[in-house]
Design a binder for this molecule. Structure first.
Ligand code: 3PG
Length: 215
């Protein structure tokens, strides 16, 4: 893998590093470091910590400073202010559930790669107009799944996707087999009950299985 822990990243680097980007919800900041270490031990380094809990920014900061083998990113970024807060915490990439030019502009100003979320052709075109060709398809299963991605491969032949939302260990392989899919995202690597129990070995096992998926 070409990306060093401190090198400048592109969106394609973020998507290419492993077949799965874990979508992480951190309830307790103290879980962040052992959770990140467990994922890294299984071969998953690009970690999307969602800005959905009060602990999220602290979790990004803890991973960024204490787990150099991981690359902490921020998910659920919905505004320029979210992107700025994520950057201050040490996030090295940004994922958004939808796309606005304001979020795109903020990420460019911050020098952070962004995976903008899209679910329609118009949203893909808006993101492309601003220079984005690596996009998150969200919510993937709910918005059309495999057949939507196949349909998009015609008009949007120059776009690569990270489908997220409803992806599991069971269906990830079908998505990864599509030529316009580089990786998938999902929360199945970090089940809430497993994190709450501190079962880091189980997280490593789930990460190892995800890292071994063919694409
Ligand atoms: C996301 O924000 O990307 C989704 O909540 C992840 O979806 P999942 O929980 O269905 O994997």
């Amino acid at each position: 893998m070409a990306v060093g822990p401190n090198g400048a990243l592109t969106a394609r680097d973020v998507m290419s590093d492993a077949p799965v980007i874990p979508v992480i919800v951190v309830d307790k900041a103290a879980d962040a470091v052992p959770l990140a270490r467990a994922l890294v031990a299984g071969g998953i380094r690009m970690l999307e910590v969602t800005l959905r809990t009060p602990a999220a920014l602290g979790a990004i900061e803890a991973i960024a400073t204490q787990v150099p083998q991981a690359v902490a990113g921020a998910g659920t970024v919905r505004s320029a202010a979210d992107a700025q807060a994520a950057a201050r915490a040490g996030a090295r990439f940004v994922v958004s559930p939808g796309y606005t030019s304001a979020v795109g502009r903020a990420c460019r100003e911050l020098g952070l790669p962004l995976l903008p979320g899209v679910a329609t052709g118009s949203e893909i075109m808006a993101a492309q107009e601003d220079g984005y060709t690596e996009l998150k398809f969200f919510p993937a299963m709910q918005a059309g799944g495999l057949s939507m991605l196949k349909a998009w491969s015609g008009p949007f032949f120059d776009v690569k996707f990270c489908p997220t939302g409803g992806i599991t260990a069971g269906n990830a392989g079908e998505f990864l087999a599509l030529p316009n899919v580089v990786c998938v995202g999902g929360s199945w690597l970090t089940p809430a009950d497993v994190v709450a129990a501190g079962d880091w070995e189980r997280i490593t096992q789930l990460a190892r299985e995800a890292a071994g998926l063919r694409r």
